[in-house]
Write a protein that binds this ligand. Structure first.
Ligand SMILES: Nc1ncnc2c1ncn2[C@@H]1O[C@H](COP(=O)(O)OP(=O)(O)OP(=O)(O)O)[C@@H](O)[C@H]1O
Length: 246
């Protein structure tokens, strides 16, 4: 199989082998996890609370140096991360946040273009506190995408937004991903969000991949029978029924 200079197969954006991570002597959070994500593939990561989703994402983002030596992680060079809160710097205007750390004479132009793509044209000089929660997450997406990442890591990016704003953000994220084609790993608690957005849904349990399903639906509408069947399967694997009972 062909590989590029970072040792990645040209068919993989992410390759994780036998990843272990523990915080106490009693037991591991990640227990020999394997994961592959293809370039441009959108993977949603679900799992019960405390099963290690954020731990995995932090490891892939290079934010957890202590996983070194506990397995093999290969990710592309350009990785961007989006969190539940936008993490915009309050003392910088929106455009300056988007291009923070970016090099090149055309940085401002690229930043403005990214803001336009997320629907924030004209808000370049606003301060972060002048934006709504949804707009702040749009700005965070612009900040990520202006860097043209090959891998976008998103940890519950819509978790703090109201239902209507979430739906709008789903449409925006899908559109952005179709344009920029990064590989995506999206952590979410929302099974419907996972099915609406992802090419594949992975369910983590006991620190390994428990379920790995391809979302092969012509119709992503929640009322579609295939959608409902996949939701039932995933909720069942999570140990929850449709009414949310365990
Ligand atoms: N820095 C840390 N120090 C100690 N324990 C940690 C640390 N980070 C995570 N943990 C523990 O690891 C386990 C997994 O945490 P993690 O945040 O990865 O779970 P999660 O699946 O993302 O959960 P949630 O869905 O609730 O966000 C938890 O028991 C947590 O307490």
């Amino acid at each position: 199989m062909a590989t590029d200079t970072r040792g990645l197969s040209t068919e993989q954006a992410v390759r994780v082998r036998n990843l272990h991570r523990s915080f106490t002597k009693d037991g591991g959070v990640l227990n020999g996890l394997d994961l592959d994500i293809a370039p441009g593939e959108f993977v949603a990561l679900i799992g019960r609370s405390g099963t290690g989703k954020s731990t995995l994402l932090r490891a892939l983002a290079g934010l957890d140096r202590d996983v070194d030596g506990y397995g093999q992680i290969t990710v592309p060079g350009a990785v961007s991360v989006v969190f539940q809160d936008s993490r915009l710097l309050p003392w910088k205007r929106v455009l300056d946040n988007v291009i923070f750390g970016l090099r090149g004479a055309d940085a401002r132009e690229r930043g403005a273009q990214a803001l336009a793509e997320v629907g924030l044209a004209g808000r370049e000089r606003a301060w972060p506190h002048q934006l709504s929660g949804g707009e702040q997450q749009r700005a965070a997406l612009a900040r990520s995408l202006v860097r043209e990442p090959q891998l976008l890591l998103a940890d519950e990016p819509f978790g703090a937004l109201d239902a209507l704003t979430r739906i709008r953000m789903h449409a925006l994220l899908r559109k952005l991903c179709e344009t920029h084609r990064p590989a995506v790993l999206l952590v979410t608690h929302d099974v419907d969000e996972a099915i609406v957005l992802a090419d594949r849904v992975i369910l983590l349990d006991a620190g390994v991949v428990d379920t790995d399903v391809r979302v092969d639906l012509a119709n992503r509408s929640r009322s579609d029978a295939g959608f409902a069947a996949l939701r039932t399967l995933l909720l069942d694997r999570l140990g929850v029924d449709e009414e949310g009972r365990r």
